[in-house]
Design a protein around this ligand. Structure first.
Ligand code: GAP
Length: 471
């Protein structure tokens, strides 16, 4: 779409061009024209997640627990694949990024320095009529309660800090106060000198981390889109100050493309630069990678130019010497930070929604998840045509020969057509059927998920055939 045209959602679309090297605020970068959101998709995904073992409501036998979720046998594989794909792109395939796994619990000093104790809050109002609690900044009408419809019943807004507070150790005194991290980022800032001194890296270089974060969200919802416990995948990329704008653009582009490289239709993702009044307390420039969820565009990931805010704050609050000594120029400086910060659980939901498809095959509805093979929970399934030991024995041998390399499923019950459909629904790219002919011709049938095409291959060639397509 060309610069400045209006979409069906009435949003101004801009081309990828920059003005004076910087993307102007409030502008959008779309890879292609946008489609309409599909509200009915939401229920289909939630049902599929429960039915096929992706995601279960947590503590369900006790009635569930406040928008928390557990990842089932299929979901745990998919979530792990999302994180592995991110780690592969952000750490493994780069020479300029190292990893870290910092603690989840940390003392108040960290959050005082980061600004989270004073700034990480939402304005909360209570309805005196029905007792419902709302984020004031999310209300369509700031005077009317969306739960009971009454006007003029809200209390004065009060700032509600989103961090979970706890006590570390047996004595509940002031010195025992600790917080569950609301972002993984601070672990990387407070370890900046440790990493610098041990990794032989110099700016521009990054520290990457994947892990759980916790926020006492006032309005969690939309399934795993906003929860109180979630996983983040964050990179803090430390750069010489005069290179910050260039690296900001680089990471905006790189992160948008990552989702497309992993199978998301370019129509479903876009980059949106924040307006001045949306910027966080630490950021001079932020763009969100957004996904077209069934309820409209929503944030998948934020790319922020954090300047030297965090390193400077921690240096001042801790008294530690935090700086980079540039030997070549004999100068010392505080690097600036470009931060692509993504949600793993939210990304998994977007991958599910982007991959979901229905079609009619032989008068029957086929539900298929057209997931990228790196994201798919299982890469293949071995399916003996019958439960008879003469077939299951060699089928299990074939399975064992492939399991060392790929996550494989095995299923010997039900009619083969139903087993194919089950694998389609969980996004398995290839099904390998071991039938009675296999006993004589030492060959198997491989069925491809998207096209449903089948090929007959000698068992001795199966691994190399799959490797060409899965590695
Ligand atoms: N360190 C910067 C930071 O944490 P953020 O935009 O607050 O930035 C980054 O969070 C990403 O983490 C979001 O884009 C989103 O994908 C994910 N995220 C944040 N809050 C979340 C929540 N309550 N539930 C699920 N994912 C969340």
């Amino acid at each position: 779409m060309t610069s400045g045209t209006r979409s069906r959602l009435g949003i101004s679309i801009r081309s990828n061009e920059l003005e004076n090297g910087v993307r102007p605020r409030g502008r959008l970068v779309m890879l292609v024209a946008m489609p309409d959101p599909q509200p009915e998709l939401f229920d289909k995904i939630v049902n599929l997640c429960k039915r096929r073992g992706f995601v279960f409501p947590s503590a369900e036998i006790y009635g569930g627990f406040r928008s928390t979720y557990d990842y089932g046998p299929v979901g745990v594989l998919m979530l792990r694949n999302v994180k592995d794909a991110w780690w592969r792109s952000m750490v493994q395939l780069r020479h300029d990024v190292v990893g870290l796994d910092a603690a989840i619990l940390s003392p108040p000093q960290v959050w005082e320095a980061s600004g989270h104790l004073s700034n990480f809050s939402d304005p909360l109002v209570d309805c005196r009529n029905c007792g419902a609690r709302h984020r004031q900044d999310n209300l369509d009408n700031p005077d009317q309660c969306p739960t009971c419809g009454m006007s003029g019943q809200f209390t004065e807004p009060r700032e509600f800090n989103l961090m979970f507070k706890t006590e570390a150790g047996p004595v509940a005194d002031a010195g025992a106060v600790a917080y569950l991290r609301p972002e993984t980022a601070q672990g990387m800032f407070i370890n900046f000198m440790n990493v610098l001194n041990t990794s032989r890296k110099k700016p521009p270089f990054g520290i990457a981390q994947i892990g759980k974060s916790f926020r006492n969200e006032i309005t969690p919802g939309n399934f795993v889109f906003r929860t109180r416990e979630f996983e983040q995948m964050e990179l803090e990329f430390f750069v010489p100050p005069d290179e910050a704008d260039e690296w900001y653009e680089y990471w905006c582009k790189t992160r948008l493309e990552w989702y497309v490289e992993h199978g998301v239709d370019p129509e479903l993702v876009r980059l949106r630069a924040h307006d001045e009044d949306e910027l966080s307390h630490y950021s001079s420039d932020t763009s969100d990678v957004e996904f077209l969820f069934p309820w409209g565009w929503g944030e998948l990931e934020g790319v922020a130019n954090r300047g030297d805010y965090d390193l400077r704050q921690h240096a001042e609050h801790s008294g530690a010497r935090i700086e980079y000594f540039d030997q070549a120029n004999n100068t010392r400086y505080l690097p600036h930070v470009i931060e692509p910060a993504a949600g793993a659980t939210r990304a998994m939901m977007a991958f599910l929604m982007a991959a979901y498809d229905e079609e009619v095959v032989n008068d029957d509805k086929r539900v298929v998840l057209r997931l990228h093979h790196r994201i798919a929970p299982f890469k293949l399934a071995v399916l003996p045509l019958s439960k008879k030991p003469e077939l299951t024995g060699p089928a299990l041998e074939l399975l064992a020969s492939l399991q060392g390399r790929w996550m494989c499923d095995y299923d010997e019950t039900q009619q083969i057509g139903k087993r194919y459909r089950r694998q389609d629904e969980i996004g398995t790219p290839y099904c390998i059927t071991f039938d009675f002919d296999s006993l004589d011709d030492h060959a198997v049938t491989i069925r491809e998920r998207d096209s449903m095409e089948q090929v007959r291959l000698p068992i001795s060639e199966v691994e190399s055939w799959l490797a060409e397509r899965l590695d």
